[in-house]
Design a protein around this ligand. Sequence first.
Ligand code: GLN
Length: 533
Amino acid sequence: MAKFIFITGGVVSSLGKGIAAASLGLLLKRRGYKVLNQKFDPYLNIDPGTMNPYQHGEVFVTDDGAETDLDLGHYERFTDENLSQNSNTTAGSVYLSVLNKEREGGFHGGTVQVIPNVTDEIKRRILLPAAETNADVIITEIGGTVGDIESLPFIEAIRQLKHDAGFENCAYIHLSLLPYIKKAGALKSKPTQHSVKELQGLGIQPDIIMLRSEVPVDAAAKEKIALYCNVSSSAIIQNLNAKSIYEIPLMMEEEGLGSAVCRALSLEDPPPDLGDWRTMVRQLYCPEKKTVVALVGKYTDLRDAYHSVAEALLHAGICNRSEVVIDWVDAETLQSEADVEQRLARADGIIVPGGFGDRGVEGMILAARFARERKVPYFGVCLGMQILVVEYARQVLGLSGAHSTEMNAQTPYPVIALMPDQNGAILGGTLRLGKYECALKPDSLAAAAYRAETVWERHRHRYEFNNAFRADFERHGLRLTGINPERDLVEVVEVPEHPWMLGVQFHPEFKSRPNRAHPLFREFVGAALKAKI
Ligand code: GLN
């Protein structure tokens, strides 16, 4: 029987519940427990797949092709467990399945209500991973803030679960804010007291309270909250700002979070094995070198849109003992070769990440040309690979006007296009999502990086390298070094006579871990460091 931990948020949003949930996952895993994190979002969108990155940051993709909240990226990076579509639920998808069931007559004419029908569906989804995996502990983060109208069914569902799953098998963690009033020189506990009261009013008594604070929380403040919120003082955990999110689990362990959770769930509490994690954080904090990577994209003022790419670059820096400074370059500002010369002069490496639509695309193509001609290491991820291919077609194959049909349906040379077997070609084609196999050419940069000839990577794209142009590209030197065997699709391309210019149709960033950088990011940053010398 699995145990369940529910994490709710109080007072304000953006307190770092996702990082707290991920950190807790790590602390329990390193005690020997199999953990699984999940996130329940109270908004009505069916999934984050179609949400604007400006509002929601990047869409994180799982092996099984679910388009999820970016918090799942934190969970995977901290716990190193591959999650699935069961790990992310929105109120929209809950209501959708309840309403579909109603339309299909599944309720046999009964009245369909938030309680019990919506709450039952939420409970079913919380319990699903427990039934499908052998997880010892399921950590469920409830998005939003306690008191929000839209999160009420979720709070009610987790309240009921204590009854369903057994009182000794459930624990509640409430993450709240402890504001510091400078003038008074004091930490204020009242908002937290109110938030806990709100939670208690909904029938939930937290077992553990985590306090986000700008300054250390002294014993007196902890004691006060313990007294007024019915929580033992050893279960009041301060959650301070850290230089890196990867230090947070270590700080949480120091504060006794892991032990408090084990106590609350009557689990044994062996010392966690965090040695390698500590080493990783030390290396992160004491880099020996520095390298500048220009990230050329269209959402550069919103870094969350490229969250996993930025994390993967950081991980690659850790294993190369280097700080990686990302220079965020708005592709739309690259209008001419002169712009590119000037803007990318400082870059040791250039990365063009994924993206949709034609905004900034010509700037990205100029950046790829600059990288190829000046022999600056270049890494193209998804759209970034397509950009590499378009640039190569125009300049090396001499196919002027070559493009992706996503950007120009009338292009004379559709080097990136929908493939005939994408029977959605007329409808626009659906996204290719989730993990697919890729066979690597043995003597390629990619195979050398992975030290493997078959890899599985995650995808989220619609357009493909157009096989009709394959021979032409190969004649002109472009190496097609990764192929999806099932559909004979080009997955990896490499530019010859260049220190490191590679594009991948998949998203390697989703599988990078702080203590196990993704091989391609590792090699890209390695090449950037070399280019610097
Ligand atoms: N827009 C491109 C496609 O759909 C690339 C997608 C991406 O970069 N994720 O094929």
